[in-house]
Ligand binder design. Structure first.
Ligand SMILES: Nc1ncnc2c1ncn2[C@@H]1O[C@H](COP(=O)(O)OP(=O)(O)O)[C@@H](O)[C@H]1O
Ligand SMILES: Nc1ccn([C@@H]2O[C@H](COP(=O)(O)OP(=O)(O)O)[C@@H](O)[C@H]2O)c(=O)n1
Length: 213
């Protein structure tokens, strides 16, 4: 089974996906890391991020590998682990431009569709575009303030600066961030992390005990 968890920036997608996946005993897949890796590599090479053709040529010359580890996904390029650099503020501010290119989205989607189910996939368009056939879909929200306060615990910037950056990214990401019509929308603002995970686990369709996972 594929479970999709989409939502706005810092709504809790990766933490919740990790918890749900752990409870189910399956991996989770953090699609945003591939957009972040594309952005980081483009920035490091000094490329114009609005030029999709140039960026894709660069990305295809050195393939990336998304490692869907249960404790936290990692992205590798050869033996370089890009993961520690993927959440820098510079990547945050460039990633929406990169993710807006249809050819970059196709490059990411191909890598995701090549993965073997079962897994929990999180991002923006997992339930709408990449895995529309998934039987269980969720969409996480929370106010910009709540999300900024959570992210401020992980970043050096102050809450106001983070909230402004999140709102800007929400606006830029709008086109690829609509909830699937069959997704259950969860406001994570009043809930704990375990609370959100519990809501999702309780809503999952009953699993066939004879199935391997
Ligand atoms: N319901 C929640 N209650 C409290 N903190 C949360 C909740 N959901 C997520 N968090 C925290 O908010 C931060 C952002 O969550 P994260 O999973 O990185 O979001 P996303 O993947 O959507 O960007 C993390 O520090 C996480 O622990
Ligand atoms: N399925 C996805 C996942 C991420 N993205 C893009 O990648 C960026 C980073 O996503 P993320 O999920 O790693 O990060 P947060 O927005 O949760 O901080 C988003 O702002 C989107 O621009 C996307 O377009 N589609």
């Amino acid at each position: 089974m594929i479970v999709t968890i989409d939502g706005v920036a810092a709504s809790g997608k990766s933490s919740v996906a990790s918890g749900v996946a752990r409870a189910l005993g399956v991996p989770y897949v953090s699609s945003g890391l591939l957009y972040r890796a594309a952005t980081l590599l483009g920035q490091e090479a000094g490329l114009d991020l609005t030029d999709a053709a140039e960026l894709l040529l660069h990305l295809r010359s050195r393939p990336l590998r998304l490692e869907p580890l249960a404790g936290g996904n990692r992205v590798w390029q050869g033996d370089r682990d890009l993961t520690p650099d993927l959440h820098a503020s510079g990547v945050d501010s460039g990633v929406s431009v990169v993710a807006a290119h249809p050819d970059v989205r196709a490059w990411v989607d191909g890598q995701l569709r090549a993965l073997t189910a079962p897994f929990v996939a999180e991002g923006r368009d997992m339930g709408t575009n990449v895995f529309p056939e998934a039987p269980a879909k969720f969409y996480l929200t929370a106010s910009p303030r709540v999300r900024a306060e959570r992210r401020a615990r992980e970043r050096p910037e102050d809450v106001e600066a983070i909230e402004a950056a999140l709102s800007r990214r929400d606006a830029l990401d709008m086109a690829q961030s609509a909830p699937a019509p069959d997704a259950q929308i969860i406001d994570t603002g009043p809930l704990t992390l375990d609370g959100v995970i519990g809501v999702i686990l309780a809503a999952l369709p009953a699993r066939d005990p004879s199935a391997s996972k």
